[in-house]
Design a protein around this ligand. Structure first.
Ligand code: NAD
Length: 518
């Protein structure tokens, strides 16, 4: 790119870190810095153990942060290796916000924008405190003519607030504000950033606004086909991000309502999903019924949309989107009720194993994970133990999150309470009355590991062609693998070959391939 030589990204989180890393990776001639107030987070970005776990991220960071000799690497997609000539480092992580901002031609603002928890609009409106404080630092340090880019997801109209902050601190100094929302999904962030469906850039339609949009377009055009870089007006861009998330979540809630009907009619939700997904007008993605969506974005972005609609006196519109959230809760409650009723309505004295605590697979992010609400509800039934294992989160992280999220009169963690976190699924599942797979990590979804293991097969005289049959992903079938069910399976299928302690035996076999990423 001609015009952009230096980029600073404010906010080194799940979006800022990976996005800045990929921009640096694809633009060796641009100096990229990522800044954050959180010293511990920056220290991790500068170490070998990054604070964000994403397939391919460490490779991208290493190349740009540390520089490299000529090499070939696979990024996100094993089949597509990229040849890299030798290069100097051009990515750095720092806590020195003002110095890095002052050097930048383009400043991305990628700070957290959660839902307000108190005051006007509590529980619905977006909390812009971090954005405001970041913008205050940016306004004071940015060089005249710098392009300020909203990367955070923000309510429609936020660019106006940013303009006001800039004018307050630097009256008369020219700055352009762009909206460039991020559409990456956690777990596939690097793949999404390298091969985006589209890049959206919103700008004011003045000559200066359009020139700023063109400069940002150049940065992306080094690896994204220009036909995929869409330029629109500022408000369309801000709103489109909220709508994209709302529509994705809406599909999940829609299919989940149908799973409740399937449950009582003999229709099979996976067959229904497949049948409708083949319609090209619908497409097959986001049609998997399950526990419902979690994560830091869908709920807060729908709430933001609802708040916007209601403040525009469009109550029917607000109610429509609100129902996406209420169905999400309905589905989760339905699941927990089913678990409890399969265990004869009594959890006292029983151990429940929970496999998966992150909100989705291939991430270490537990924000708004459905597991949290499931655990809260189960706790009220006073089980002997709730045993948690997640391949993306260490037991220490799980315990910290439980303490933070599960507020009750008593401390839920052992030794006072029943909750314990384990470092492997074998121990978590050992002697449990039910195993709930709440995150579809591959190793839970597909214990074909046991299938592949010929020694395991030989030790069982009957065949184990299809071990998945009894460990079907809970998420897709609203099913749970209880020992009671397993006993039933014993008399009707070849899975009966597994020993008297079937689950622990299976996971014992699986243990060797459980690859912890923390
Ligand atoms: P995050 O909480 O992981 O990261 C935000 C970072 O900003 C934190 O490290 C925080 O310390 C830092 N920060 C806050 N105030 C600051 C300040 N004044 N100066 C410097 N640093 C500051 O959040 P995230 O998941 O990366 O999300 C960031 C934004 O991107 C949000 O608006 C979110 O809605 C949006 N988004 C998230 C995703 C996702 O999958 N997580 C996807 C698309 C968009």
């Amino acid at each position: 790119p001609e015009t952009v030589k230096n980029i600073c990204c404010v906010g080194a989180g799940y979006v800022g870190g990976p996005t800045a890393a990929v921009i640096a990776f694809q633009n060796p001639s641009i100096q990229v810095s990522v800044v954050d107030l959180d010293e511990a987070r920056i220290r991790k970005w500068n170490s070998r153990h990054l604070p964000v776990h994403e397939p391919g991220l460490i490779e991208v960071v290493r190349v740009s942060r540390d520089g490299t000799k000529a090499t070939e690497i696979a990024l996100g997609n094993e089949n597509e290796k990229v040849f890299l000539p030798s290069r100097e480092p051009n990515l750095r992580f720092s806590t020195n916000v003002s110095e890095c901002v002052a050097a930048a031609d383009v400043v991305f603002v990628s700070v957290n924008t959660p839902t307000k928890s108190s005051g006007i609009g509590a529980g619905a409106a977006t909390n812009l405190v971090a954005l405001e404080s970041a913008m205050t630092s940016v306004a004071q340090a940015a060089k005249p003519g710098a392009i300020i880019v909203e990367k955070s997801t923000v309510p429609c109209g936020t660019a106006r607030t940013i303009r006001e902050i800039l004018t307050l601190y630097r009256p008369g100094v020219p700055f352009e504000i762009l909206s460039n929302p991020e559409f990456l999904a956690e777990g596939t962030a690097i793949k999404d950033l390298l091969y985006p469906d589209r890049i959206l850039i919103g700008s004011s339609q003045t000559p200066a606004g359009l020139a700023a949009a063109a400069a940002l377009k150049e940065v992306y055009a080094t690896w994204v086909n220009p036909s995929k870089i869409v330029t629109v007006n500022l408000w369309s861009s801000e709103l489109a991000k909220l709508v994209a998330n709302a529509m994705l979540a809406q599909r999940i809630s829609s299919i989940n309502t149908i799973s409740a009907i399937c449950d009582q009619t003999g229709a099979d939700i996976d067959e229904v999903s497949k049948a409708i997904g083949l319609d090209q007008r619908l497409g097959s993605k986001f049609l998997k019924a399950g526990l419902g969506f979690g994560g830091s974005c869908f709920k807060k972005d729908i709430l933001s949309l609802v708040y916007l609609a209601r403040s525009l006196h469009l109550s029917e519109v607000g109610d429509y989107w609100m129902s996406v959230l209420s169905i999400n809760e309905f589905q989760r409650d339905r699941f927990v009720n089913k678990v409890v009723s399969k265990l004869n309505g009594a959890l006292v004295g029983k151990k429940i194993a929970i496999l998966g605590y992150t909100f989705k697979q291939d991430t270490n992010d537990t924000r708004e994970s459905p597991a949290i609400e499931v655990i809260k509800t189960l706790l009220a039934e006073r089980p002997a133990e709730i045993a948690i294992f997640d391949p993306g989160c260490s037991p220490t992280e799980v315990r910290r999150e439980i303490n933070r999220n599960v507020s009750s009169d008593a401390i839920p963690l052992k030794p006072q309470g029943p909750v314990e976190a384990y470092s492997n699924s074998y121990d978590a599942c050992f002697e449990s009355s039910a195993v709930l797979i709440l995150t579809p990590w591959d190793q839970f979804r597909c214990p074909a590991l046991a299938q592949k293991d010929s020694a395991f097969r030989k030790s069982n005289d009957q065949n184990l062609e299809n071990p998945q049959a009894f460990l079907k992903p809970v998420l897709s079938e609203m099913d749970i693998v209880t020992l009671a069910e397993y006993q039933r399976a014993k008399s009707t299928s070849h899975i009966m070959t597994v020993t008297s302690d079937p689950l622990s035996r299976l996971f014992d076999q699986a243990e060797c391939t459980l690859d912890c990423v923390y």
